[in-house]
Design a binder for this molecule. Structure first.
Ligand SMILES: [Zn+2]
Length: 295
């Protein structure tokens, strides 16, 4: 019902997905549709995700999007985002093939609640994923999202094993998934199963949709940042007022290689291949110099 139906369409910094380690400083054409396979009562995009599909008209097609992506300035490809892409499966498969034919990259920003076989099909064409790991306890999933944790963990492992670029996001909600013990387990699991260089984004919750408890205190995010950093080399904090926790430090020598402020990205101490110019560590495996990012 949503084939070719879009809810949003814009040329975004790739950092906005968020992807911090996939062609940093470049743009990506981003599209989404309507609907979701989860029912999160805290959904931060509920106006498009929890809407009914009774009055939709297709407004685009795969070829049209691929040509638009090709003509957009400093654009690395196409991101399927805003609502849940896995329920847009047929349209994504048709479009992602065309993006690859034109030599560009596909990105998917998803909740990771997807069966093994369709994910296998997607892995043929999608180059990079940001997957929401909404919590590291199953009661959270069953009570607040209508889904389950285990299939999401399986999908994360499947993406990682396929060698695709993977970043993980956890929206921290007070009293629900904000304990240090849970974050310690989550970060340890990511490190062991997906690798300790997997970027983890801790995002600040704001009251939306059916949930009205206050926004996550920034001190909680700072605490969980420290906890996760014990296991992972690249932890980031998003949606905070002071903008701390956004920069990338070389995991080997500690030198700052990227400063981020809002969606301004400044690349520092990097060679043209994304390696740290101080120690030679390969910080970014997907990297080209960008005209948008200052150097
Ligand atoms: Zn270094």
């Amino acid at each position: 019902m949503t084939y070719g139906v879009t809810s949003g369409h814009s040329l975004d910094p790739v950092e906005k997905k968020p992807l911090y380690h996939f062609f940093p400083g470049h743009n990506i054409l981003s599209v989404g549709s309507y609907g979701c396979n989860m029912r999160c009562d805290f959904c931060q995009n509920y106006h498009i995700s929890q809407t009914r599909a009774d009055s939709f008209y297709p407004d685009t097609d795969p070829e049209k999007l691929a040509i638009e992506a090709l003509n957009a300035p400093d654009n690395i490809g196409l991101a399927f985002t805003y609502n849940e892409p896995v329920i847009w499966f047929e349209f994504i498969m048709d479009t992602a093939i065309k993006i690859k034919e034109k030599g560009m990259s596909n990105v998917m920003v998803s909740n990771g609640f997807v069966n093994k076989n369709p994910l296998n099909d997607l892995l043929e064409f999608i180059d990079a994923f940001n997957i929401d790991l909404k919590a590291f306890n199953n009661p959270f999933y069953t009570k607040l999202t209508g889904a389950e944790l285990e299939p999401v963990k399986e999908a994360l492992k499947q993406i990682s094993k396929a060698g695709k670029h993977l970043e993980v996001t956890t929206l921290i909600i007070p009293g629900r998934n904000d304990s240090e013990q849970e974050m310690d387990m989550e970060a340890k699991w990511i490190s062991e199963e997906l690798g300790n260089e997997t970027p983890l984004h801790l995002s600040r919750y704001f009251p939306r949709y059916k949930r009205d408890d206050p926004a996550t205190p920034e001190s909680v995010l700072a605490r969980l940042y420290d906890t996760a950093s014990k296991h992972l080399k690249y932890v980031y904090v998003g949606n905070t007022s002071d903008g701390n926790g956004q920069d990338t430090k070389c995991s080997k020598c500690g030198k700052i290689v990227t400063r981020r402020s809002g969606y301004n990205t400044r690349l520092l101490n990097l060679d043209s291949k994304g390696k740290c110019s101080a120690c030679g560590n390969s910080v970014y495996r997907n990297f080209t110099l960008s005209s948008r990012a200052a150097h």
